[in-house]
Ligand binder design. Structure first.
Ligand code: DX5
Ligand code: ZN
Length: 223
């Protein structure tokens, strides 16, 4: 496992929304690889965060690739708006649309990388037909809606099974993990097969700066 190739994708969900530009710039200056943007509609998840207009302005403060995670019902209605806002990757939830294949096609036709997210109770097997054509799979290691939750331990096994499967049918596909990843478990999560780590409260918190937190996470990865 080449742990230097692991991507860190800070989620701004737990950043200070009143100083969003600084939070985003601190992630870039601190060596983040992607910026993870948790979009919540208050329907698919019991929380509301932000939409394409906010992402459009975030775009002007960073050159980091924007990794947009749509925790949104019927996301196919909003794909054009998020592509126009500058998304590099658009990830939709398997549970959020009846027409998942069409949503993935639309994302790729818009020139974005297409990802599918699985909630903790959703089996990997539901992606069987789509797996060869995906650019990214996102395994939720918490129930979506809030930052700062505890990592669901069986996610290690789920990640391992998904990585082994991807190595056969789609080795280039990114495997991203989202929720409860931090200093104490990031190395094990990498060993379980994830190569893109969403890190929210492990990066944006009161105990250290964004740069210090990102450096600590890198150190933990190198073990
Ligand atoms: C849940 C969100 C969070 C966030 C990461 O819907 O997707 O998982 O990105 O938050 P932490 O890293 O604090 O669990
Ligand atoms: Zn997320």
């Amino acid at each position: 496992m080449n742990r230097n190739s692991i991507k860190l994708a800070p989620s701004i969900l737990t950043a200070d929304f009143g100083h969003m530009a600084e939070a985003v710039q601190a992630a870039e200056e601190g060596g983040a690889d992607w910026l993870h943007l948790d979009v919540m509609d208050g329907q698919f998840v019991p929380n509301i965060s932000f939409g394409p207009m906010v992402i459009n302005s975030i775009r002007t403060y960073t050159s980091l690739p924007l990794d947009v995670h749509l925790m949104v019902d019927e996301p196919e209605h909003y794909l054009q708006a998020f592509a126009d806002a500058g998304a590099q990757t658009i990830t939709v939830h398997q549970e959020a649309t009846r027409h998942l294949h069409r949503a993935i096609q639309q994302i790729q036709d818009l020139g974005c990388q297409a990802g599918v997210a699985l909630n903790p109770a959703t089996p990997n097997q539901l992606l069987e037909e789509l797996l060869p054509s995906l650019d990214l799979v996102l395994v939720m290691s918490v129930n979506p809606g809030f930052g700062g939750q505890k990592f669901i331990e069986y996610s290690h096994n789920k990640l391992r099974r998904m990585r082994d499967w991807l190595d056969v049918v789609n080795p280039e596909c990114q495997l991203e993990v989202d929720g409860g990843v931090g200093y104490s478990n990031i190395r094990q999560v990498a060993d379980s097969g994830a190569n893109v780590m969403v890190v929210g409260s492990a990066v944006y918190n009161e105990t250290a700066t964004v740069a210090e937190n990102l450096a600590d996470l890198r150190k933990a990865l190198e073990g």
